[in-house]
Design a protein around this ligand. Structure first.
Ligand code: NAI
Ligand code: UGA
Length: 463
């Protein structure tokens, strides 16, 4: 079994960059990324590389491969038909209706893909779960293929993605590991695993390609995200203790991070973690544990989310409290809206929730983010349905210049750790703000001493 043609369903933050790198590194494999969203596909195909996903280095990868062996298309059926291997990389959001509402993963897009694959396939396929899925989803796929299958054979693999946004290309070029779960008990299962190992082995050393059974692979992805998010909630819990005791969370991170058993990464206190996956995947884990009757396990992981919500709330409430218990009519300048630097993704960004709380207190929010388009800010706030679209419009303005955002502001809230924020002319910003000029640093990126010397009143997470 050899993979010559790949189809990836879903041209989003994972499907796009992942397949671009596979195409770049495997010039002999034809890779077609398909999506129902024509606007997205048009952007992937845009002549001037106005790609729908902002990722450092992505444009060069697409330039290398697009038109050679990398294609973006809305022709879902024909691409499935001609492929030997089909990656499913569609979204798996938290269910917002019915059973499991607010916790379970909504698998309707996955099921649709499986049905479509079953409906149009005329040759044997390897079907690869790239999306993050509840453990045992492969058995659902198997069931659909067995019941609808057109008499061709399907091997199902799990190959979860571990890239982080903002460093996606680095992560894909040199992954810590590639995980492939498959069915070792059958010959075709073993061949399918070997075929996918061969694809990755074009640039990833064999010892970094781990193979497991399907269920371990599916569950490892949830476990990895749960452990990562748990670290952030743990350090954020300590950040609050620091604020009451004179300890400094950066010093704590350094002190504990030098212990080789703990490691130094992922110990940065913040206004809370965001992004499309940590919350969704932990809620999914909580739901799975509850469904298995494992209530103590569910409660344990749920606490990671509870602490994260608390961190966002207390950051917002501290702004209100510090500004003399009222922000009504006051301009609060938001530096950053994306959930982390080097991405245009705003899904579950803490900025959205902090803004929402402040708007409830009648604040006027002014937003500057180097990569997030203005309309996205309103889409994010309207999605919460806390108030009417008109009310959000009148409570929020966006600017394409950081100095305009800060002009006549009562306070600045640093919501994303964009590097450029460190290098602003803070003296100038001080001069154009109302006094006292407050800065609330939700990312610990600015030099507190320097800003205090200028005259700012500075609050930093965790000290
Ligand atoms: N965003 C990230 O950094 C990471 C995400 N993941 C997982 O990967 C999966 C995808 O995530 P993203 O790429 O962020 O989602 P996304 O929302 O950016 O992209 C998903 C795409 O799938 C398309 N789609 C949905 N159903 C379709 C269908 N039936 N046919 C064709 N296209 C269809 C949508 O139009 C959308 O463009 C999720 O399960 C997520 O948990 C895993 C690792 C990292
Ligand atoms: O499944 C996924 O979607 C991905 O989720 C995360 O990646 P991502 O959400 O893109 O970005 P992270 O770097 O993990 O950051 C997530 C959030 O945590 C915050 N964070 C991160 C690290 C830290 O020390 N402190 C902290 O507050 C970030 O600012 C951000 O809001 C994981 O890191 C990836 O391995 C995983 O593939």
């Amino acid at each position: 079994m050899k993979i010559n043609k790949i189809c990836c369903i879903g041209a989003g933050y994972v499907g796009g960059p992942t397949m671009s790198v596979i195409a770049q590194k495997c010039p002999n494999i034809k890779v077609t990324v398909v999506d129902l969203n024509k606007e997205r596909i048009d952007a992937w195909n845009s002549e001037n590389y106005e790609l729908p996903v902002f990722e450092p280095g992505l444009e060069n990868v697409v330039k290398d491969a697009r038109g050679r062996n990398l294609f973006f298309s809305t022709a879902v059926e024909s691409s499935i038909q001609e492929a030997d291997a089909i990656f499913i990389s569609v979204n798996t959001p938290t269910k917002n209706y019915g059973i499991g509402k607010g916790q379970a993963a909504d698998l309707k897009y996955i099921e649709l893909c499986a049905r479509q694959i079953a409906a149009v396939s005329t040759t044997n396929k390897i079907v690869i779960e790239k999306s993050t899925l509840p453990v045992r989803t492969a058995s659902t796929l198997r069931n659909i293929f067995d019941n609808l299958g057109p008499g061709v054979h399907f091997d199902i693999l799990s190959n979860p993605e571990f890239l982080a946004e903002g460093t996606a290309i680095e992560d894909l070029h040199a992954p810590d590991r590639v995980l492939i779960g498959g069915d070792y008990t059958t010959e075709s299962g073993r061949e399918a695993i070997a075929a996918l190992v061969e694809v990755y082995n074009n640039w990833v050393p064999k010892e970094k390609i781990l193979t497991t059974n399907v269920w371990s692979s599916e569950l490892s992805k949830l476990a990895a995200n749960a452990f990562l998010a748990q670290r952030i909630s743990s350090i954020n819990a300590f950040s609050e203790i620091c604020e009451h005791t004179g300890a400094d969370i950066n010093e704590i991170s350094k002190a504990i991070g030098t212990d080789s058993r703990l490691g130094s990464k992922f110990l940065k206190a913040s206004v809370g973690f965001g992004g499309s996956c940590f919350q969704k995947d932990i809620l999914n884990l909580v739901y799975i544990a509850k469904s298995l009757g494992l209530d103590s396990v569910a409660d344990y992981w749920e606490q990671v989310i509870i602490l994260n919500d608390h961190q966002k709330d207390r950051f917002a409430l501290n702004i209100v409290k510090t500004l003399y218990n009222t922000v009504s009519g006051k301009k609060i300048a938001f530096l950053g809206w994306a959930f982390k630097k080097d991405t245009n993704d705003t899904r579950e960004s803490p900025a959205i929730y902090v803004a929402d709380t402040l708007i409830n207190e009648q604040a006027k929010i002014a937003v500057y983010d180097p990569k997030v388009p203005s309309k996205q800010v309103y889409v994010d706030l309207n999605y919460l349905q806390s108030r009417s679209i008109e009310e959000n419009k009148s409570a929020v303005i966006t600017e394409s210049n950081p100095y305009s955002v800060c002009n006549q502001a009562h306070a600045i809230a640093i919501m994303t750790e964009w590097d450029e924020f460190k290098d602003y002319d803070w003296q100038k910003i001080y001069e154009i703000m109302l006094k006292p000029a407050f800065v609330f640093d939700g990312r610990r990126i600015i030099d507190k001493e320097k800003l205090t010397e200028i005259g700012f009143k500075v609050y930093s997470i965790g000290c």
